[in-house]
Write a protein that binds this ligand. Structure first.
Ligand SMILES: [Zn+2]
Length: 82
């Protein structure tokens, strides 16, 4: 099982949004709330998660996860365990 620590940034202004512990391969489609280890600069509006700097909508907040808007964010990260 690959575990990565990702830093998720706004695609528009590069502001850091959050740190996310991703388990497994593949794209970041949903961010489970219990694996978000740190929140940086963000805002919420209704059920939307937005960039705290430019209000770009990053994802939609669900009960247990954030459904990520694919073109709205970028990420970088490193493996913490293989
Ligand atoms: Zn932004």
């Amino acid at each position: 099982m690959v575990i990565k620590m990702l830093t998720i940034k706004c695609a528009r202004c590069k502001t850091k949004i959050m740190k996310y512990k991703k388990i497994g391969q593949g794209k970041v489609i949903n961010c489970y709330k219990d694996r978000i280890t740190r929140l940086y600069d963000y805002e919420t509006k209704d059920d939307l998660l937005q960039c705290g700097n430019c209000q770009n909508t990053i994802g939609e907040i669900k009960e247990k996860s954030v459904s990520m808007k694919q073109e709205a964010f970028t990420y970088s990260g490193h493996k913490i365990r293989k």
